[in-house]
Design a protein around this ligand. Structure first.
Ligand code: DGI
Ligand code: FE
Ligand code: FE
Length: 401
């Protein structure tokens, strides 16, 4: 069998990878091409590379249904970092197969400095994929130099170095990681896009976050009771779905939802004490209804403990209980998601509210404020000025009299 091996970090896999694999499969009449994610490339910092199972899963999603292309965990499974070692092991395991190592034109330029290039050429042929933007002359020179330097090994093993010209424009995984995911939508398969979103890979916040989403979840699970933790996850999910509808970053909304009640486990006395000690101003309303303070204290913890800096997220936590006039989309989403998440069942009108939740955010905000005020009035509770003002604002906004 003629087998192509396309190695790489695949962090994440993008359309050019798949295209390269397809191109090699066809042009070289290979039986199969394997995308083989790297175990731990020697030139990269392993900490910064996305987990193996995520990278493998993304490859599987990207090649689903494409015949002749597979994903191989050979390097990961055997903890192989160097192409020379990988090809040696492959040749030992599958002595009957003929291997073609597929590389991009940019990487072949450093071929001679690779770990034992002579071993690579002893075990496999090389297919160099040349992108349209790459200079022909330089690549031709590099390749003829390699051909003559390793001439004996190549001919002795009946190997070859072939150039395959592609039409695909360059895509770089690091650009995908660095820029907002939305910008890379057309560079990766829709299933991979979805997977990245769902697993919070490469999200704006995760990148610079001392606390990853997973770590925050673990912490919340410890401090909050089970019921509150479930609520927290449900609000995060609801906020994320709404963010998709209303065109803001779903990962940001998820994170804001996740942490909105992170101070909910404190007693009223503790909340007041935390405010006093940390010079967090307490309004007259909050003095009379100190549980309102779990919002402000939550934002304080999010900033100090979870090291979240995004002020839109912190404000969404601050205003999640009372609301306020003219909220940002994220503030509105967290405020509303808190009220309508699927675990809620006590509030009136929930089915109507859920029904409009993906249609009209202002109307939803208005109805929630109206119902909250009714509830608080019926129980003769003190009403925060912000709740009152927010209600007036959104009432006007939706044109209700
Ligand atoms: O923390 P959660 O229970 O998930 O939800 P939340 O932060 O929205 O708090 C809900 C409670 O806050 C609910 O009983 C209504 C109450 N609330 C909202 N606005 C006001 C208010 N309570 C008072 N006293 N004054 C308000 O303006
Ligand atoms: Fe709350
Ligand atoms: Fe809540």
């Amino acid at each position: 069998m003629k087998i192509g091996i396309l190695g790489g970090t695949f962090d994440p896999i993008h359309n050019a990878h798949v295209y390269m694999a397809k191109q090699a499969l066809k042009s070289l009449s290979l039986n199969r091409v394997y995308l083989m994610p790297a175990f731990c490339p020697p030139h990269k910092n392993a900490d910064k590379i996305t987990g193996e199972h995520h990278r493998i899963h993304m490859i599987e999603l990207a090649i689903e249904g494409i015949s002749g292309i597979g994903c191989s965990d050979f390097e990961i499974r055997n903890r192989l970092s160097y192409t020379a070692d990988t090809l040696t092991a492959l040749k030992e395991t599958y002595p009957e197969d003929e291997f073609y190592f597929i590389v991009g034109g940019d990487s072949i330029s450093s071929f001679e400095s690779w770990y034992h290039p002579e071993v690579i050429l002893e075990k496999a042929s090389i297919a160099v994929i040349r992108r349209l933007d790459e200079s022909n002359q330089k690549l031709d020179e590099t390749i003829s130099h390699i051909r003559s330097k390793f001439h004996d090994i190549i001919t002795r093993n009946h190997h070859s170095i072939t150039i395959l010209q592609t039409e695909i424009s360059p895509i770089s995984s690091s650009d995908i990681r660095r820029s907002p995911l939305e910008m890379s939508r057309d560079k990766i398969s829709p299933k991979v896009y979805q997977y990245i979103l769902e697993n919070h890979l490469y999200s704006d916040h995760d990148k610079n976050m001392a606390w990853s989403v997973g770590k925050i979840k673990d912490d919340l699970k410890e401090v909050l009771n089970a019921h509150r933790y479930e609520h927290t996850i449900a609000v995060a999910e609801t906020a994320k779905n709404m963010a998709e509808t209303y065109g803001i970053n779903p990962n940001t909304a998820y994170l804001a939802g996740l942490i909105h009640d992170c101070a909910k486990h404190y007693t009223n006395d503790e909340l007041v004490k935390i405010c006093m000690e940390n010079h967090i101003p307490v309004s007259d309303y909050e003095k009379k209804a100190p549980y309102l303070l779990h919002s402000k204290v939550g934002a304080y913890i999010a900033e100090k403990k979870y090291q979240i800096e995004d002020s839109d997220i912190l404000n969404a936590v601050i205003w999640h209980t009372t609301g306020k006039p003219d909220m940002t989309t994220l503030e509105q989403i967290v405020f509303c998601a808190d009220y309508i998440e699927p675990g809620r069942d006590k509030q009136p009108n929930l089915s109507y509210l859920r029904e409009i939740s993906h249609r009209d955010l202002n109307l939803l905000t208005y109805h929630i404020l109206k119902d909250t005020l009714n509830y608080l009035r019926s129980r003769k509770q003190i009403i925060d000025i912000n709740t009152e003002k927010a209600y007036e604002f959104y009432k006007k906004k939706v044109g209700e009299e």
